[in-house]
Write a protein that binds this ligand. Structure first.
Ligand code: MF3
Ligand code: CO
Length: 273
């Protein structure tokens, strides 16, 4: 069953996701050569806890950290480490939190120092694929429209869509129905209805689509060693169109509950990241 959220639940999800976006924005600002993904993780956990929230990934099926930090050929679920980031790397930073019982989940991939033209195209195309998918999240549309939009844009740009991991509904659990693959024909699957909240998360490889999981049991990497990018937003399907919940919030965490969710705030969020 796909749960549709009430206005008061949507306000809580906006608060959780606004916190995620604020922390991701701060992390993006400190990424650079010499910084370790452990540094990012320590800062993220401190920010999340001081906002009265709890990291959502830590302890989830035994996952050991607040962030997933996936560098270069790592696709998703990379575990923060003491290896310093290097000039030219790309790193996906994925953060989930629980605030007052509601989950937030968003990810961004950023360049470290100066990155190659191909790498920067990969980041742009993956983020554009997410924006196009979000634009399809309209009442009366279908879940498979979202993945179709991702696949179209990614493959037209000469890159590959990862098949093994999917986006998801989100609410009082990190993963709710429906699953949202990043590929497929449009017009299939559940119809989109007002109040659905979806975490859409394209994972795009520069080379072939195939991935494998490292011996740490978590880190997914491309089989061919090519670079991979990942962007994720949590969005709400609303009467006037999609609203991006995971965009930075002038008021932090809980305080955002009072600001609620409006179509106008969503329109502002469309250009984020
Ligand atoms: N954004 C990812 C997801 O929604 C991250 C999950 S990492 C895990 O599945 F550790 F929680 F599994
Ligand atoms: Co997710």
């Amino acid at each position: 069953m796909i749960v549709c959220k009430s206005p008061s639940e949507l306000a809580r999800m906006r608060a959780a996701n606004g916190l995620v976006a604020n922390v991701l924005a701060e992390l993006q600002g400190i990424v650079g050569p010499g910084v370790t993904t452990r540094d990012l993780d320590v800062l993220a956990e401190a920010r999340v806890r001081s906002a009265g929230a709890v990291p959502a990934f830590k302890g989830y099926q035994g996952y050991p950290a607040t962030l997933c930090t996936s560098v270069n050929d790592a696709v998703v679920h990379g575990i923060p480490s003491d290896a310093p980031l290097k000039d030219g790397d790309i790193v996906s930073i994925d953060l989930g939190v629980v605030l007052d019982g509601y989950y937030g989940d968003s990810a961004v991939t950023v360049g470290v120092g100066s990155i190659s033209g191909r790498a920067s195209t990969l980041l742009r195309v993956t983020s554009e694929a997410l924006a196009r998918s979000i634009a399809c999240a309209r009442i009366g549309g279908r879940v498979s429209d979202l993945g179709h939009a991702v696949q179209q844009h990614v493959e037209a740009s000469g890159f590959s869509v990862v098949r093994e991991f999917v986006g998801h509904g989100i609410g009082t659990s990190l993963h709710e129905e429906p699953q949202i693959p990043n590929y497929g024909e449009p017009g299939h699957g559940p119809r989109l209805r007002a109040g659905m909240v979806l975490a859409i998360e394209p994972m795009v490889n520069m080379g072939q689509a195939a991935v494998r999981v490292l011996d740490d049991g978590w880190t997914a990497v491309t089989q061919d060693g090519s670079l991979s990018a990942h962007f994720e937003h949590t969005i709400a399907v609303m009467a006037d169109g999609p609203v991006v919940l995971s965009r930075p919030n002038e008021r932090y965490g809980r305080d955002a509950v009072r600001s609620g969710v409006t179509a106008r705030s969503g329109a502002e969020g469309q250009g984020a990241q």
